[in-house]
Design a protein around this ligand. Structure first.
Ligand SMILES: *Cc1c(COP(=O)(O)O)cnc(C)c1O
Length: 453
């Protein structure tokens, strides 16, 4: 048996219809270096999606490797209740000044969804302990994505992930979110006054008193198809939450760490939330770790004599794992010393221009949106009227398979094709990725022409 067959003998892959693997076998990776992955047969793949948006500085980065090797000979793991260690402390010290003002208490978890659960539980408990137990609802936007454990799925709204579980989920208040490609107010991106925010304002006016927190992905609804909305919307949201005494939780798991051109996306709106969840880029894509960061005010509502039962009784075995912390600490050093964000910002303009030149005139590619190095486009049947193809054709998936053959790792979400590369991508690599993507789109459209034209 080869590696792929041995894999399929045992492994149930995430987010996959395993039947698809019958004629598209798992690609078994042997090693990685920078932008590239190499499979056991020696084929090369350029990773332009940062391996599920977490790889920040390329695969097998020499400095992060060295930091981990050093840490592993000191301490691999220790219980994080009552015990602590240098990497966690130094990580917090280094991260604190980079966060929005007021966020200074760090609660560690081991994946993004868990950090969201922490935020939801912490918010509810806060209000209970402040004498407002009626604040037991959460509010979130349509097309939100916050992870896949039951609480995180509840606040999310991407049917693909949550539909079948609806009978199990929390009852969440869900005002309609922004949709800048198919704007209901007929505006163009960047030339609006976030008119669509009125839906949220209305929901807050109606349900503000029973709401514990509003959770939102700042500026980019990533899993919904890299839907991007303007900072003004976020600013309005922050102001309205304050007005109604509703906490604001920013899910910066996908948008943090320079993905949008700033360290955190919320900097574009100059706001400070009550809580922020970070993960993905946090360890450079090395180790599973997440942090829920919050304010002194929220922290203090849990701080009292043990007998009063106000402690936050939440833990994960791998909370604050020292290896993960040492990787995360090295990531911050690299970002600063090598001026990664500044350089990525310069490259971002080149990249978005390149994507625009390549696709703006393409008759079946529309909706180009970008922020930082994130660029997304949609396959559309009717470009003028922005009409999508029948999802059952799985055109995006077909493009993915073609691109893999040509050595580019894309992972479209439905018919949304996007690039979300490590921040170290070079212009020549951008050119190749975009060119291959265009070629693959044309191959797939040609192959399907009897169904789609
Ligand atoms: C990936 C992601 C999560 C969930 O993180 P996991 O580590 O996959 O559980 C939550 N929110 C956003 C915005 C994400 O992109």
């Amino acid at each position: 048996m080869n590696f792929a067959e041995r894999d399929l003998r045992y492994i149930w892959h995430p987010c996959s219809q395993m039947k698809d693997y019958e004629d598209f076998k798992p690609i078994v990776i042997d090693h990685g270096k920078g932008m590239y992955l190499y499979d056991v047969e020696g084929n090369e793949y350029m990773d332009v999606i940062s391996s599920w948006w977490c790889n920040l500085l390329g695969h097998c980065h020499p400095r992060i490797n060295a930091a981990l090797k050093k840490q592993i000979d000191l301490l691999e793991h220790v219980i994080f209740a009552n015990f602590s260690h240098r990497p966690a402390i130094e990580l917090c010290e280094r991260l604190a000044p980079l966060l929005p003002k007021g966020l200074e208490k760090f609660f560690f978890a081991d994946n993004g969804s868990a950090a969201i659960e922490v935020a939801l539980k912490m918010n509810f408990q806060y209000h209970c302990q402040q004498g407002e137990p009626q604040r037991k609802k959460f509010m979130a936007l349509t097309d939100a994505y916050h992870g896949e454990t039951l609480g995180a799925l509840s606040v999310g709204a991407v049917d693909l992930y949550s539909k079948v579980y609806k009978p199990l989920l929390l009852d969440v208040i869900r005002p309609e979110g922004p949709d800048c490609y198919r704007c209901k107010f007929g505006k163009t991106f960047g030339k609006c006054s976030a008119e669509c925010f009125s839906a949220v304002e209305k929901a807050l006016a109606e349900h503000g008193k029973e709401t514990a927190a509003f959770i939102v992905e700042p500026l980019v609804q990533a899993a919904a198809g890299m839907k991007i909305y303007p900072p003004l919307y976020l600013k309005k949201l922050s102001e309205s939450c304050t007005k109604y005494g509703v906490h604001l939780i920013l899910d910066e798991i996908a948008t943090g760490y320079g993905r949008t051109g700033k360290m955190f996306a919320c900097e574009y709106a100059s706001i400070s939330p009550d809580m922020m969840c970070i993960s993905k880029g946090l360890t450079g894509g090395y180790m599973p770790m997440a942090i829920t960061v919050t304010t002194e005010k929220i922290y203090n509502a849990f701080y009292s004599d043990y007998r009063e039962g106000k402690a936050f009784m939440h833990s994960h075995t791998y909370c604050g794992n020292p290896l993960a912390c040492s990787a995360a600490l090295e990531v911050l050093k690299i970002l600063e010393e090598e001026k990664i964000l500044e350089k990525a910002r310069d490259k971002a303009e080149f990249f978005s221009n390149l994507v625009a030149e390549t696709f703006d005139k393409h008759p079946h590619v529309g909706g180009h949106r970008f922020i930082g190095l994130i660029n997304a486009v949609e396959l559309v049947k009717d470009k003028e009227n922005k009409i999508p193809y029948d999802f059952r054709l799985r055109l995006g998936y077909q493009v993915y398979r073609e691109a893999v053959k040509k050595g580019i790792l894309l992972r479209p979400m439905g018919d949304v094709l996007y690039f979300n590369p490590p921040l170290i991508i070079e212009p020549e690599q951008m050119k190749r990725a975009v060119e291959v993507c265009r070629e693959c789109i044309d191959i797939v459209l040609e192959r399907n022409k009897e169904f789609i034209l």
